[in-house]
Design a protein around this ligand. Sequence first.
Ligand code: IMP
Ligand code: MG
Length: 182
Amino acid sequence: MSTLTEDTQLGGQKLKRIVFTEDEVRRRVRELGAEISRSYGASDRLLVLGLLKGSFLFLADLVRAIDLPLQVDFVVAASYGASQVSSGELKLLYTPEASLEGRAVIIVEDIVDSGHTLSRLLPLLREQGPSSLEVCALLHKRIQPLDWEPRWVGFDAPHEFLVGYGLDYAEDFRHLPYIASL
Ligand code: IMP
Ligand code: MG
């Protein structure tokens, strides 16, 4: 348990409700780690790629629950478009140092909303010739059918704006140990 009170962490800002508690998140992340551990072997040379910034806490907890040798790296992507919705082009600001060639790669994402970000990112990564490329998303809003689907999903998410455990609103709330709606 955190010694910080919720009020201190929120700095007076208000949340609507807690959607997934710290305990629920912890238990589900452990389960995902166990499922992933059963799906690969040491010879797969697993590379776990966190999509920053939203995945930073999920990634940190997930890799500690995976009982296999693996390496961790990050992808930083920014989408540019006319609207606030991710409609524009995707630009990779940071790509992994390690080659993806011949490796089993898992992209770790905080939340799949429209799915546009990953729809653009996955082909770019596939060009590098990984032996497999899967997505592990903590949350999935299931807004629309996708021609790729995450292989692992932590929770189906309500169609509300969520914050905490990595997810932000204007960069606030990422550090909350639970997931809440605004
Ligand atoms: P997509 O490209 O529409 O799937 O959007 C994915 C990205 O949008 C996520 O990685 C988040 O950064 C952001 N996002 C989508 N829904 C939420 C939300 O409810 N809270 C916080 N960020 C969100
Ligand atoms: Mg975000």
